[in-house]
Design a protein around this ligand. Sequence first.
Ligand code: NAD
Length: 250
Amino acid sequence: MGRVDGKVVLISGGARGMGAEEVGLFGREGANVVFGDILDDLGRQVEEEQRAAGHDCTYTHLDVTSESDWQAIVALAEARYGRLDALVNNAGISISVVGDTSEADWDRVMDVNSKGVFLGTKTAIPAMRRAGGGSIVNISSIAGMTGAWSRSHPYNASKGAVRLFTKATAIQYAAEGIRANSVHPGPIITPMSSATYDDPEVAAQRLALIPLGRRAHPIEVAYGVLYLASDEASFVTGAELVIDGGCIAQ
Ligand code: NAD
């Protein structure tokens, strides 16, 4: 028996990186997954691979900054699989600039990382009500808890916003059986972090700061997301799950 058997789960940014890993894990654990991204070719490739592995999942285009895209993907989940039980707000971007962050950079990072989580939550809540409850898992970062671990100020700010937006969501919807929690990954091996770690000098400096001495594989975060989305976490809401090899414990 799977850990999320029969659940319908919506994942944003599922075409690659941690999102794609979560699409696979939730499928193996018995969920029907609907996932979206702006990278349609990659997303369809993931969908094909998962279907070949026997998981009935559905990919569709989703720009998380578009409310109408969110409405369409939530409607698709309900039409195809009958309900929506969980939402993983995973899509995110980082623009690695500090002093020379332009206003456009700031707006783009806040739009994708923060507004995207708001729009996804707003659109999923009515569907979760219809399902009798639900679980929202928002992917923040350790950069949403401290001023370090990112070379991008808007990234820290946008992930900090996700952290508190999650708690406000948890409190507001607890009475309706809708839980909301945030996940705070440290350095994970995905296309997003490769820009930083491809530079051997920067990589050596960063690795020296990680108590476990390495970056994590996406599956090591996906298991935490699975737990929070599942009924195993039925009394967990408004919490922060740090998966960072000890980075912020120091
Ligand atoms: P990634 O770049 O590999 O994947 C992010 C995905 O989000 C991509 O498929 C991308 O196309 C998608 N995306 C970007 N903008 C979008 C939009 N407007 N609409 C829909 N999809 C969009 O990165 P990742 O490392 O897998 O990141 C996943 C999440 O984890 C992000 O929220 C990221 O901020 C967070 N995170 C990553 C790390 C890390 O070290 N990699 C650490 C902490 C937190």
